[in-house]
Write a protein that binds this ligand. Structure first.
Ligand SMILES: Cc1ncc(COP(=O)(O)O)c(C=O)c1O
Length: 412
C-alpha cells in the first residue's frame, strides 16, 4: 500500500505534498479508497471521465478487442477500431477529412503545430509564427509549452521554448485581442493561431464568448493563418455542444481531441485536419511526408474504448443527462452568485466555476490546498486551480451527488 515510496507523482512538490489517497476502485461518479471512503469525482479525474468510472460497456468493448488484437504497428498496417473511429469522428466533424492518431493532449497539440508549420514549408511559404492567447495551456511537451502561457511551471525551460505571440485574453480584453490579432497577422509570417475555444481550462476555467472567437478566426483566415482548436478539454459536450467549435460560425483548420475521447478510460488523442492540409503532404517527394508517430499510435484498445464511449455519448439518456447538468449548473450559478461569497461566478455547458476572493489568487495560493483538502474530507474531489474552484463532472452524476458538490462549494 506504500506506492508513494517508489513513484514520482506529477504536478506536485513531492516533499511537501501529502501522501496520495490509495484508490481501490471506482464506480459511476464515485472513487473508493482503501479505507472504504468514497469521493464524488466532481472534476472527472483530470477532465477525462464522461460516463463514470469502470463503465461496463467500455470495459466489455476493450475486453473483446484485447482478445482479438491488442496492438499492431500503425505504419504499413491498420485495423478495424481505428478505421471505424476515424469514420465516426469525421461524421461528427464534417469540415475535416483526415484523422491523425497519438496518445495524449500534449502530443495532439505537437502534431497540430508540426502539421501547420510543415504545411507552409511544403507549400513553399516558410511561415513560422504562432499566435496563442494569454493564459493558454496546451500541454507539457516542448512545443505545447512553447505556445502556452509562460508561468512558474514552464519557468525552468523558458530559454529553450520557441517564442509565440500572445493576444490579451478575449474574455476580458476583446477589443485589444482583435486589434493585436490584426497587427500580428499583418506581419505575413504567421503560420497558425492556436486557441482553447470558449473555455481556457488550466487558466482557471476562464470563459469567453464564441462571437469574439469568430472575429479572431475571421482575421486569421483573411491573412492565410491556419486555425488550431485545442479541444482537448472542451470536446465531447463539456461546453454543452459536442465540440465548443460547434458554437462558433468560423471553423478551425485543425482540431485536437483527447481526454473525454475514450470516456476517460484509456490514453488516446487525435488531430483532425482539412483536406487542403493533407494535400500539401501528399507528394512523390518523401521529404514532404509527415514524419511523426508514436509506438502506441492508433492503439486498438483505446480506439475500441473510444467507439464504445461515443456510442454511450449519443444515447438519448446521456444527452438528457448533459442537459440536466447544464440546467442544474445554471440554477446553482444564480445561487452562488447571489450568495456574495464568490467572484466571477460562471458557467459554460457542464462546467461551473467560481473564484474565491483572496489577496493572493495565484496557482500556488494556499487557498487551493485548503479547498482541496476540506472538500476531500467531505467526500468530494474538487481540485481548484489557484483560487478558482470548479465543477466538471462525469455525465452520470446524480442530482443528489450534484447537490452534495454544490453544497461543498457553498460551504467553502
Ligand atoms: C486544452 C488542453 N490542451 C492540452 C492538454 C494536455 O493534455 P495531456 O495532459 O493529455 O497531455 C490539456 C490538459 O489539461 C488541456 O487542457
Amino acid at each position: 500500500m506504500h506506492a508513494e515510496k517508489n513513484i514520482w507523482y506529477p504536478f506536485g512538490q513531492q516533499k511537501t505534498s501529502r501522501d496520495p489517497i490509495f484508490i481501490t476502485h471506482g464506480k459511476g461518479s464515485k472513487l473508493y479508497d482503501a479505507d472504504g471512503k468514497s469521493y464524488i469525482d466532481a472534476i472527472s479525474s483530470w477532465w477525462t471521465n464522461i460516463h463514470g468510472h469502470a463503465h461496463p460497456y467500455i470495459a466489455d468493448a476493450v475486453n473483446r478487442q484485447f482478445h482479438t488484437l491488442e496492438h499492431v504497428i500503425f505504419s504499413g498496417f491498420t485495423h478495424a477500431p481505428a478505421e471505424q473511429l476515424a469514420e465516426k469522428l469525421l461524421e461528427h466533424l464534417p469540415t475535416f477529412s483526415k484523422v491523425f492518431f497519438s496518445d495524449n493532449g500534449s502530443t495532439a497539440v505537437e502534431v497540430a503545430l508540426k502539421m501547420a508549420l510543415q504545411f507552409w514549408k511544403n507549400s513553399g511559404k516558410d511561415k513560422q509564427g504562432i499566435i496563442a492567447l494569454d493564459g493558454a495551456y496546451h500541454g507539457d511537451t516542448f512545443g505545447s509549452m512553447s505556445v502556452s502561457e509562460r508561468d512558474a511551471f514552464t519557468a525552468p525551460f523558458h530559454a529553450l521554448l520557441f517564442d509565440s505571440i500572445y493576444l490579451p485574453f478575449p474574455g476580458s480584453h476583446p477589443d485589444a485581442a482583435i486589434e493585436q490579432m490584426r497587427r500580428a497577422c499583418a506581419s505575413g509570417n504567421i503560420a497558425a493561431f492556436i486557441y482553447e475555444p470558449l473555455v481556457q481550462g488550466a487558466a482557471g476555467m476562464q470563459m469567453y464568448p464564441p462571437e469574439i472567437l469568430d472575429q479572431l478566426i475571421r482575421i486569421a483566415k483573411e491573412h492565410d493563418v491556419l486555425c488550431i482548436a485545442d479541444e482537448v478539454m472542451t470536446g465531447f459536450y463539456r461546453t454543452g455542444s459536442l465540440f465548443a467549435s460547434d458554437q462558433c460560425k468560423e471553423k478551425p483548420d485543425i482540431i485536437c481531441l483527447s481526454k473525454g475521447i475514450t470516456g476517460g478510460s484509456m490514453p488516446l488523442s487525435v488531430t483532425l485536419c482539412k483536406q487542403e492540409i493533407y494535400d500539401a503532404f501528399y507528394s512523390d517527394e518523401k521529404g514532404k511526408a509527415f514524419w511523426h508517430g508514436h509506438s502506441y499510435t492508433g492503439h486498438p484498445l483505446a480506439c475500441a474504448a473510444a467507439l464504445a464511449s461515443l456510442e454511450l455519448l449519443m444515447l438519448p439518456s446521456t444527452q438528457e443527462a448533459i442537459q440536466r447538468i447544464v440546467k442544474r449548473h445554471h440554477a446553482a450559478e444564480a445561487l452562488l452568485a447571489s450568495s456574495g461569497k464568490f467572484e466571477n461566478v460562471r458557467q459554460c455547458g457542464t462546467i461551473l466555476a467560481v473564484d474565491i476572493p483572496v489577496k493572493d489568487p495565484g496557482y500556488f495560493s494556499n487557498i487551493r490546498d485548503d479547498i482541496y483538502y476540506s472538500a476531500l474530507e467531505k467526500g468530494v474531489l474538487l481540485r481548484p486551480l489557484g483560487n478558482a474552484a470548479y465543477v466538471l463532472p462525469p455525465y452520470c452524476i446524480s442530482d443528489e451527488e450534484l447537490d452534495v458538490v454544490y453544497n461543498t462549494l457553498f460551504e467553502l
